[in-house]
Design a protein around this ligand. Sequence first.
Ligand SMILES: *Cc1c(COP(=O)(O)O)cnc(C)c1O
Length: 394
Amino acid sequence: MSAGGVPPRRLRPETLAVHLGLESDAATGALSPPIHLSTTFERDADGGYGRGWVYSRSANPTRDALEGALALLHGADACASFSSGSAAASAVFRSLPLGSHVIVPDDMYHGLRELLRGALEPAGLALSAADLSSEAALRAALRPETRLIWVETPSNPLLRITDVAAVVQVAREHGEHLGQRVAVAVDATWTPPGWSDPFALGADLVVHASTKYLAGHSDVLAGAVLGTEADDLFERVRFLQRHEGAVPSPFECWLTMRGLRTLPYRLRAHAHNAAVVAAFLVGHDAVGAVHYPGLPEHPGHEIASRQMAEAGGMLSFRVRGGEAAAFAMLARLRLVRRATSLGGVESLIEHRASVESGASTTPRDLVRMSVGIEHPLDIVEDLAQAFAGAEEAS
Ligand SMILES: *Cc1c(COP(=O)(O)O)cnc(C)c1O
């Protein structure tokens, strides 16, 4: 970044986010970065590629700008962006040596669980699911072939908290014992930079569905893997990215960068609103357990307070009247939208078990919510009227 010659790391996150990738275009002076659609780039007269770009599957200037911005936000050395969060995750799993064993959380993003069970396990990846919020359960799942521990915290949809530093410690010990590397990858989709820093806790790779908070407006499908360029695991991820081309289009890269400009301020609003909604739900007669790590009674609250700057924008809760009562409440919402996904500016809510596949173990009375950046009282009032209407009708 060229902003007035100020070293980028010295800038505070809000400033960094606004100015990321904003070197003005040398040819035109345009302030908003150009979208380079070209798939191919001209050689110099001597046959070389002095400007660095050859073919857009390998590298594209708009994608490079996004990857530079994401790396800077994470304080990471390198970023490989993908056409979805799932493609990013898949590249990590497929970068492992043949015969590798991977430990994943037993409560995890259902799309990744399906990808692992449906395609990667049949292709030879050995898989164990364990409750990573329990160190004993993690240790029991270790094998001599374990090469990767995949962490998702808070977990989806039960908001369990995993102590990332503790997992890293177990991975290092097991690796030393085996004389083999046991890597830790953190799916930080629910905790973008500003809320968490998995690298500071020792993670080797950080993975995102940029689809969610990073892009932030429910209009981009994209993913990213962050790491260190010289690390052989990251190098293999980069190799797959460049040779398979599961990459975001230049327009999606641009939209994601546009989203990043407001990330720190959006995160603040998401977390503030989620805390207000959680407090409302805890006090409501129709609601059973509320899963939000910002609540002092949450079993992972203490660890969350240590490893997260804020408790995030996601929560889930059980409806006392069961599945039917949950659907009756959801049907009466006027502002909060019934849809899957998360991390966009608008509040989204869903009956989670019915969007997950048959293998889902999610309780039938559980509702998951992505709290948006609307005025928190409008969100709470909408929930209140929906609960009241459902109760009257029953
Ligand atoms: C959405 C999501 C993904 C997958 O991202 P896509 O862009 O939908 O492929 C992975 N992990 C978590 C935690 C998610 O919420």
